[in-house]
Design a protein around this ligand. Structure first.
Ligand code: EPU
Length: 425
């Protein structure tokens, strides 16, 4: 089993890449299929390990899962036993927390669910999730390893009209949205996350029969129903993947066309790159972006924020780009405490990085990066180090390919088609 990427650089990228479905939209939608006993068909799934794990988790609970196309799966959750939720999967995958909302809606209780594992990019507590369920009237019991939740229909009905989240948490918003969609009353979620994957989940739940208003804003009104039905649904294109290719092309140079790009989800990223000097041609009609770079690009400040701010998931990749632009870039990672680690890794390849505190760093440029041996410790740092390998002179080895495989489908194969010298070893 190959565990590393070997990259020879520098490379310019020429050609076309097609963006796959959004992993972070697909994960809650797969969990939301638990809200009905009918068959659901989910299309445009990215073929990545997190999706296979989520499907295995469903199968463990009794779901009948069948692939009916290359990226299309049919799921029947007629007979489900929540005790079948595999601990090893829960511990491996942060997104396993997304089973909480649907299982609670369906069974009224969850017993001893292990805390989710996943990427090591910061504390990422599940307080926002649990506190919101408590506000809805749930009783939560916790010990060191697991938590249990129970909620009766009456408690949920008499709880306050609005659930106010403690921060703009993406998966907490999704959990509460799924729970409320199957409840027979109206409630609002305030301080809701507005990410495109939250909107996609809301579209899926609406198609199932829930009435949802305001998805994509900080207040979502949900009029749930006990009669959610099975539907066929196509997952939205992944704006993080599109953004990854865009920034990668800006860093490497050349001319890259990105098709199936959800352009409106990338407003600020496109604005930043264009104002730094990249030539970006936007074709709204065909949903494609073509990027061409010029000499002497700049990138003054990157501050990650909840959507529609610069996504934290693109910050490590923007950090590599910053090492190729003129002048000093301030990177302000407002969300995670440990997501500047990939910048530290980049210094092994010669990048000029000054970590100011756990949330801020300066990256100086342009720097002629040199090939080296580096370690990915999460999905996005893995993508960033691949970009560094493409930009750098010589051979780079990126350890931790499994992190990249969690969220980018056949990244090396697709990059080879646009001129990269990259393979898994
Ligand atoms: N945070 C704040 N303030 C806020 C909102 C969040 O400081 O207003 C902090 C949190 O405390 C936490 C971090 O930001 O440390 C992320 O919080 P959130 O709860 O929103 O993250 P999540 O729901 O666990 C999802 C994605 C992540 C993505 C984050 C942020 C899924 C399955 N996961 O995680 O995706 O980084 O939102 O956008 O949707 C990835 O795909 O590589 C990934 C890690």
């Amino acid at each position: 089993m190959p565990t590393k990427f070997l990259i020879k650089g520098p490379t310019r990228l020429y050609g076309t890449v097609d963006v796959r479905g959004s992993k972070n939209a697909a994960l809650p939608i797969l969990a939301a299929t638990l809200l009905t006993k009918d068959r659901c068909v989910i299309d445009n799934l990215p073929l990545v390990s997190d999706i296979y794990l989520a499907l295995d988790a469903l199968k463990g609970m009794g779901a009948r899962v069948a692939w009916t196309g290359l990226r299309r799966v049919s799921i029947e959750n007629t007979h489900i036993d929540p005790k079948g939720l595999r601990r090893d999967i829960v511990k491996k995958m942060r997104a396993s927390i997304l089973f909480t909302g649907p299982l609670l809606a369906r069974f009224g209780a969850i017993e001893e669910m292990h805390y989710p594992g996943g990427c090591s990019i910061g504390a990422r507590p599940i307080e926002a999730h649990l506190a919101a369920f408590v506000d809805l009237g749930a009783e939560v019991r916790r010990d060191k390893k697991s938590f249990s939740i129970s909620i009766s229909a009456e408690d949920a009905v008499s709880s306050p009209h609005a659930v106010v989240l403690s921060e703009f948490s993406v998966t907490a918003t999704e959990n509460i949205l799924m729970f409320l969609s199957a409840a027979a009353y109206k409630k609002s979620i305030r301080i809701a996350a507005a990410e495109p994957h939250v909107i996609d989940l809301a579209k899926f739940l609406s198609k199932m029969g829930a009435k949802i208003k305001g998805a994509g804003t900080s207040r979502i009104d949900v009029y749930g129903t006990k009669l959610l039905k099975g539907v066929t649904y196509k997952i939205v294109s992944d704006y993080i993947e599109a953004g990854t290719f865009l920034i990668m092309a800006a860093a490497c140079g050349g001319e890259l066309k990105i098709t199936n790009a959800p352009i409106s989800h990338l407003d600020l990223v496109i604005k930043k790159l264009a104002s730094g000097g990249a030539k970006i041609n936007i074709d709204e009609k065909s949903q494609s972006l073509t990027i061409r770079t010029v000499k002497r690009m700049r990138l003054d400040k990157i501050q990650t924020l909840p959507y529609p701010g610069i996504p934290t998931d693109l910050q490590p990749i923007l950090g590599v780009f910053a090492s190729q632009t003129y002048g000093k870039t301030l990177i302000h990672e407002a969300l995670y405490e440990k997501r500047l680690e990939s910048l530290k890794e980049l210094t092994k390849m010669g990048a000029r990085v000054e970590i100011l505190d756990p949330h801020r760093a300066h990256v100086g440029g342009p720097t002629r990066l040199k090939g080296g041996e580096v370690h990915a410790y999460d999905l996005r740092s893995g993508a960033a180090l691949i970009v560094a390998g493409l930009v750098a002179y010589g051979t780079t080895i990126v350890h931790g390919a499994r992190h990249v495989e969690r969220g980018y489908e056949d990244l090396d194969g697709r990059l080879r088609k646009v001129g990269a010298e990259i393979k898994r070893i």
